[in-house]
Design a protein around this ligand. Structure first.
Ligand code: CO
Length: 157
């Protein structure tokens, strides 16, 4: 593409003859991907959800190589006031329950347990969450909760 052509395009755009694409400033993003790997950690410690989202999809990926039995990860959401007790009980539920205590009402949302190379997702109904309440996400696999947790914030901004 030569300069004369580029100048010509710019000139037409400035006259309003053609429309150049403009960035969409107010697009609502109601999904996020959070990665985990063979080290016991998530790649983010905070997830912020625009309160305008009716639903929010969290995709959990595991970019490591280790098996689900050795290095399993899931993504569990709870109220911050509940999460540590919940994490202890989930760990006690053990591998036979995929580290989720059956029927635990403190759990707001959770994904399947995955191993290296796998991914999973969960959809959260944001309308059911209280914007003034503090939420925490974590991995409930054996002994992972303490390094693998973070803030989940519903923001009006
Ligand atoms: Co984990």
């Amino acid at each position: 593409m030569n300069m004369k052509f580029l100048v010509g395009i710019a000139g037409l755009a400035s006259l309003g003859v053609i429309q150049l694409p403009i960035a969409q400033s107010a697009s609502l993003v109601c999904e996020i991907t959070i990665d985990s790997d063979d080290s016991v950690q998530f790649d983010r410690s905070r997830i912020t959800v625009p309160s305008d989202c009716k639903e929010f999809t969290v995709t959990l990926t595991h970019s490591g190589h280790r098996d689900v039995k050795e290095m399993g990860h899931n993504w569990v959401l709870a109220k911050t006031e509940d999460w540590e007790g919940l994490a202890e009980d989930a760990m006690r539920a053990g591998p036979e329950n995929d580290y989720i205590l059956p029927g635990d009402e403190r759990i707001i949302a959770y994904t399947d347990l995955i191993g290296g190379g796998e991914s999973t997702e969960v959809v959260i109904n944001i309308a059911e969450l209280d914007h003034d309440t503090s939420y925490t996400f974590f991995c409930s696999f054996a002994d992972h909760a303490q390094p693998m947790y973070g803030e989940f914030i519903v923001s009006d901004d």
